[in-house]
Design a protein. Structure first.
Length: 79
């Protein structure tokens, strides 16, 4: 995804752990179809991916932009 335009960027470690997933879902839900958000984290956000698969099935795209070892970046798009 070269030159990807992100509507929102979230750096997960800056968010209190108990509020992380709710905040990410809030931002995702605010995206319009065809828009993308960038999520960066200090570990693989695979649990979030699984949660999105269950709670927002068929409504998102997920593409790793960077995969560790100290930083993970993911492009999450709204279908």
């Amino acid at each position: 995804m070269n030159e990807m335009q992100f509507t929102a960027k979230i750096h997960a470690p800056e968010i209190d752990p108990r509020n992380r997933h709710p905040k990410i879902f809030e931002v995702f839900d605010g995206l319009n179809s065809g828009e993308f958000m960038e999520l960066s984290n200090d570990h693989d956000p695979k649990p979030l991916h699984y949660q999105l698969m269950i709670e927002r099935e068929g409504t998102f795209t997920w593409e790793y932009l960077e995969e560790g070892p100290s930083m993970w970046r993911v492009s999450i798009g709204k279908k």
